[in-house]
Design a protein around this ligand. Structure first.
Ligand SMILES: [Zn+2]
Length: 558
């Protein structure tokens, strides 16, 4: 259902394209998609993370519209074979808007995506990015440090850029020399020396980092730690009285540390220089005009209790009104902000056992899920939103296996029939519920030992079971971990994996292609982030943008 109709017979293309761009800005869209179909062009806007149809054009104007967009983006209109990128700068209501445009030749023509950066909207003070006060305070303390590395992490579209710019804005004082290496420069920051990476002209991260030392800088921002070498250079630069801010594409702080430790970078450099890691994801905010408070279901109460430790009776649900879209208005980050303590520093420098590192990371800091469910309790977002962005593979510690299974089990009914194996965990669900209320810290025997064997690592969504064995992780030597992970209950693992993997063939295919097959179980745990990405690609999951895989998208949870 199109939002806007044009008179394509009479109105000139120039005017139509301008209206499309202007409408997108006024409607606060973040992206415009021009999708060629065999007989028409469909134009969609992304708002609050969701794509909806804006208009569609008859076939005879399809090419004109695409060509016009390419012209104003400074692209070569005679070339429709190669992907191109360009920029559009447009002023609307006195505000300047920068748009990054990219084309992709597809079967029915050229697909064009316009990404809109709204300076006014994106450039926020740290107090206004939507994090909990506790996290904001931690961030403010981190940037008081004169040297070290702060990482802002999250998948694409998780709001990393907004947070990074907010940090730079906070640091941007007359007595500071700030250099920001970007690719691309998303918005101008007055007082910050922004440098555009241009590999075709020889301006690479490598050359810039090599030459930047003589620039007498206080703060260096690097778009992303793109490779081991960039990471090492960034860490070295931070050893000599400079604050370095950069990003990594990871899902949790734990995964970030794990990823860093798997890089070809000296552990001591990491341990000595990392000062804090921020991890974030975006959830849709409940519309304050129409959200309604109702009695929470037993399922919701149990999940919230288990993750936040709080008893709730009622929570807010989306309704929908004139002001909002299906009960939601805007987005907000949920986050983990973890300053690197001496204990963590030591653990990182010594490349300690991952579960030991996980434990000390979260002993004084909320996990991203806990932050999310706190926002459910406060009515900022809904239970289903937090479930939607939950990543079953990365968000749970081994000892949280029971709650993970509980969350999984409740949403699985429709695919139980597809599985060949009996769902032991569903049989045990009632028992789980009882036990959960009895003892939240002691892992009940709800899970048969499942595996995180060499091959079936991606099945970490089902995850391992060494976890159920209390919290003696510190003592678990690498060898022990290996041994413990051997026992498998394939049927069960499959049952859980099934909904995600779609077909067993795909899964096996995946399993046969471990990137580093000879690695031990322990080393494998380190490889997890890469593996997950592969898995996503293999399974053709909807990884459009960024969004973490979330079962909430595919399966009803209530
Ligand atoms: Zn509303």
């Amino acid at each position: 259902m199109a939002i806007r109709e044009f008179d394509f017979e009479r109105e000139p293309t120039v005017s139509i394209v301008k209206k499309i761009l202007t409408d997108a800005i006024k409607m606060k869209a973040t992206d415009i998609h021009f999708d060629p179909h065999p007989d028409r062009l469909v134009i969609r806007f992304r708002n609050n993370g969701e794509l909806t149809e804006y208009t569609n054009t008859p076939d005879n104007v399809k090419l004109n519209i695409i060509t016009r967009v390419k012209i104003i983006a400074g692209m070569n209109i005679t070339d429709s074979i190669l992907p191109q990128t360009g920029t559009i700068n447009l002023e609307v209501d006195g505000k300047s808007h920068s748009m990054q445009v990219s084309t992709l030749p597809i079967l029915d023509g050229e697909k064009v995506v316009v990404h809109i950066s709204n300076y006014a909207r994106n450039l926020k003070n740290i107090d206004r990015i939507g994090m909990e006060q506790e996290d904001i305070d931690k961030i403010k303390n981190l940037i008081k440090e004169k040297q070290g590395v702060i990482l802002v992490t999250g998948t694409n579209g998780s709001g990393k850029t907004t947070t990074t710019y907010a940090l730079l804005k906070e640091l941007n004082k007359p007595d500071m020399n700030i250099i920001s290496i970007e690719d691309p420069i998303k918005m101008p920051l007055e007082g910050v020396n922004q440098v555009q990476v241009a590999p075709d002209k020889g301006v690479t991260y490598k050359t810039l980092l090599r030459n930047i030392e003589s620039q007498d800088l206080n703060v260096l921002a690097i778009n992303e730690l793109v490779d081991d070498e960039t990471t090492r250079s960034a860490l070295r630069l931070s050893t000599t009285g400079r604050l370095v801010i950069s990003t990594l594409n990871t899902k949790t702080v734990f995964q970030t540390v794990d990823t860093l430790l798997n890089m070809n970078v000296e552990n001591y450099l990491l341990g000595d220089n990392l000062i804090g890691i921020i991890s974030q994801r975006l959830v849709k905010k409940l519309c304050p005009n129409c959200r309604s408070k109702k009695e929470a279901t037993e399922y919701e109460k149990t999940v919230i209790k288990k993750i936040t430790g709080q008893d709730v009776k009622e929570i807010y649900y989306p309704e929908g009104c004139e002001e909002c879209k299906e009960g939601y208005l805007g987005q907000s980050p949920i986050s983990e902000v973890i300053p690197i303590t001496p204990e963590l520093r030591d653990a990182i420098s010594n490349n300690r056992d991952r579960e030991y590192i996980r434990k000390i990371l979260y002993q004084d800091n909320d996990t991203i899920l806990k932050d999310g469910f706190k926002k459910v309790i406060s009515g900022d977002t809904s239970f289903s939103e937090v479930i939607r962005i939950t990543d079953i593979k990365t968000d749970f510690a081994p000892e949280e296996e029971n709650i993970k299974q509980y969350i999984l089990g409740n949403g699985e009914k429709e695919f139980v029939d597809d599985t060949k194996a009996p769902r032991e965990d569903i049989k045990l669900e009632n028992e789980q519920l009882k036990k959960m209320n009895e003892d939240l810290t002691k892992g009940p025997a709800i899970t048969e030992p499942k595996s995180e064997t060499n091959k079936a690592k991606e099945e970490t969504k089902t995850s391992s079971t060494k976890e159920v064995k209390e919290t003696k992780k510190e003592e678990i030597t690498k060898e022990e971990v290996k041994k413990e992970e051997k026992p498998t209950t394939e049927p069960k693992a499959e049952a859980i994996v099934e909904p995600v993997t779609v077909s067993t063939e795909e899964k096996e295919d995946k399993v046969e292609n471990p990137t580093v097959p000879e690695e031990s179980a322990v080393e494998e745990v380190k490889e997890e982030p890469k593996e997950e990405v592969d898995l996503f690609d293999k399974l053709n999951l909807d990884s459009d943008d960024d969004d973490d895989f979330s079962y909430g998208d595919s399966y009803s949870i209530i």
